[in-house]
Design a protein around this ligand. Sequence first.
Ligand code: 4AD
Ligand code: MG
Length: 432
Amino acid sequence: MKPEFISIKEAMKKGKGGVAVRGWVHRERGSNALKFIVLRDSSEVIQCVFEKKDFEKQWNEIDKLQIEASIKVWGTIKGDKRAPSGYEIHAEKLEIVGKSEDFPINKDLNEELLGDRRHLWIRSRKMTSILKIRDTVLSALRDHWHKKGFYEYHSPSILGMQAEGGATLFKVDYFGKPLYLAQTWQLHAEPGIFSLEKIFTIQPSFRAEKSKTSRHLTEFWHAEMEAAWENFEYLQDDAEEAIKEIVAKVLDKNKEELKILERDVKKFEPVLKKSFPRLTYDEVLKILDDKAKMKISWGKDLRTIEEDKLSNLYDTPIIVTRYPKVVKAFYMKEDPKNPKVVLGFDMIAPEGYGEIVGASEREENIDKLKKNLKAQGEDPSKYEFYFDTRKYGSVPHGGYGMGVERVISWICGLDNIKDTMPFPRTMTRYSP
Ligand code: 4AD
Ligand code: MG
């Protein structure tokens, strides 16, 4: 009986005897009598050896097989120290499923050309490894919140108002009306806590970011939570737990992928073991002044270079609390002890990967919300539905948003956030 198809990884686990595998030609080289094909599937790569004497009729076709052709191979697997993955399949039968000619990806392509050929580049071992880690990160987040009794809840992506500042809004022509793509789920999540109390989402957010940096996308996946009755400390604890659980799950499930990406996993030990430092904005100004000779005048937001400097002073993410009210969003709750600052925090990733979480308790006072909106030049009348959440049984509540791609970029140790997604969107990249 012919063996059933199994993944290359399963075949390697089996280690000996007859196997059937299928996938794509990752590399090929040949001689008069032999053809070596490194076969790739989603699980692994393995070298398959074809001997001319066994394939007289098909030899012409085998000889011409090129990178990325899809094939099915039946043969005998055995351990072989010389083979790239430690195993080799001696082929006995071959079926060519789809030919491939001159696959247009090679080592010499620059970032721009790789971007144009993204639909083909995602087959690379690098991208496959990142996409697997992405899957782990998303499932770790869902597990984390479900374990704590949160419900997954969704908000619309087409909205009539801003939440995170007008400068980064994308306009949508909605049957002639000017509407916007959502920057966050938040304003439509807060009403949801009166139904479900603890909710989360993982969905795209949109920002018209003009900055061409290695950490900004125009469409990013936003993991957001909102919780009734909980305070500022709860939000910090939850974000820290979520990050620790993501890291632990990736280290457990994606050892091979991290190796392919050449990620130094020792860097994650302190992240799992230590408590993340919790510093106030005021303390950060002092630390940056003392340790980095960076003077920031009070009331200015931390810039990328300042966040990077700070992150280099620690080996875990850092939680920075109580920013000046003037630099933060209109919905952040004033600190009752100091109305100049808000009960909000940013979590800054290690190794210069920037802000991975933005959070706050929510302001409950409608007059203060209106005042903050007006100060930003917004028309409060668009927000009546939002003020209703404060009119009918308002409760203390808060939440945060985590940039999924920022987290993946850090965990994978990438140079650019674009590689965290199959088809990234930035100011200059919107195709394919
Ligand atoms: O700090 P932000 O703007 O916070 C909010 O949107 C809140 N409404 C979240 C909430 O409380 N529900 O964004 C949250 C996070 C940032 O910390 C960052 O990690 C990520 O979203 N982010 C981006 N990631 C990639 N590209 C961009 N252009 C991003 N803008 C924000
Ligand atoms: Mg922020």
